[in-house]
Design a protein around this ligand. Structure first.
Ligand code: ADP
Ligand code: MG
Length: 321
């Protein structure tokens, strides 16, 4: 039977890059270049709440880090390293090996080495907590409060696929293997938009990553910026796999669907060409979907230019009764 220390040595200890003290001491050590601040964020993933118990462990390792890298992307921060807290109901080494592989592969792809963590036994479910550290020049971080009236609102990637995959897996829709195959990657292996976040430094004003649904997440930007917005539904980058869905579930997926891990950001209208060039440099797709207004409120115009009456709500762990 492997001990806690065997497991850490086998699956979570990698040679740390030069200049950094990684797994094995009481603390990890890393430096931040002069003039930069540490950007840090943590996300807790619970079995049954954030992922299905039978999810592919490689994909889960990927996603546990991806949702955190996505927060760095939304600040325009460059990854420095991460730590991983694991509460395991049992020791299942093939599962751990696959989880670690998915985690380290994404960490390597983004230069975000695993430099520490904690491993304990859980009485019940699996819990995963990841904290990331990044570096950003203080005046270049994309604050939620930085949207300005007249800014364009942009969305990266596509919308809706993760919501559809979730509802298919959750049994809310009749089984549809073809649609599930086309959307599952978006839910289980989101690609954090770190390169886009970095490319947008000095161009974008406010940014947020879409984790709880476009309307809800943009709502946080509007509240922090004391501003309003108009969105054009017809301009939304809808995932191709949603073709043929009825209107109500389609709107819900596009406007309210969570787990997207793409960026919603604002930038001055004069910087459109710069935004497009940044997206090209980052090999990302970006779509202009609306404008920030001075008057508060979030209006979504339908294809005929009329405000939509009923807007889907995003995800909230503690909804008001
Ligand atoms: P401590 O008793 O000081 O908390 P531990 O015995 O828990 O130390 O951990 C030993 C070393 O292994 C530490 O450097 C810690 O950061 C690292 N570590 C423990 N669990 C993990 C994990 N899941 N991923 C990465 N590093 C880990
Ligand atoms: Mg410990």
């Amino acid at each position: 039977m492997a001990s806690e220390f065997d497991l850490i040595a086998r699956y979570f200890t990698r040679a740390a890059p030069a200049g950094l003290l990684g797994v094995g001491d009481d603390c990890a050590l890393f430096s931040v270049p002069p003039g930069e601040q540490v950007a840090t964020s943590t996300d807790l993933l619970l079995e049954g709440r954030h992922f299905f118990s039978d999810v592919d462990p490689t994909a889960l390792g990927h996603k546990a880090l991806a949702v955190n890298l996505s927060d760095l992307a939304a600040m325009g921060a460059r990854p420095l390293g991460c730590v991983l807290g694991l509460a395991l109901p049992r020791v299942d080494e093939p599962w751990l090996a696959a989880f670690a592989q998915g985690f380290h592969a994404l960490a390597d792809a983004h230069g975000c080495p695993l430099i520490g963590g904690d491993t304990t036994r859980s009485a019940h479910d699996l819990a995963i907590s990841v904290t990331v550290f990044g570096a950003v020049k203080a005046d270049q971080a994309f604050l939620r409060s930085a949207a300005r009236a007249g800014d364009d609102i942009w969305v990266s990637g596509e919308l809706g696929a993760a919501d559809l995959a979730y509802r298919l897996l959750d049994g809310q829709y009749p089984a549809d293997p073809q649609r599930l195959a086309a959307t599952r990657g978006a839910l289980e292996r989101p690609e954090p938009q770190v390169a886009l976040g970095l490319a947008l430094r000095g161009i974008a004003h406010a940014a947020i990553d879409i984790s709880d649904g476009l309307l809800q997440d943009l709502g946080h930007v509007l509240a922090a910026s004391s501003a309003g917005a108009t969105l054009r539904y017809a301009d939304m980058p809808v995932a191709a796999a949603l073709a043929g869905l009825a209107e109500a579930p389609l709107r819900r997926a596009v406007l309210g669907g969570g787990d997207v891990y793409q960026l919603c950001f604002t930038a001055p209208a004069e910087r459109r060409e710069a935004v497009l060039a940044a997206a090209r440099a980052a090999s990302a797709r970006v779509t202009r979907v609306g404008e920030i207004r001075a008057e508060p409120g979030l209006v979504v115009l339908d294809a005929g230019g009329r405000p939509m009456a009923e807007l889907p709500r995003g995800f909230d762990h503690f909804p008001a009764a």
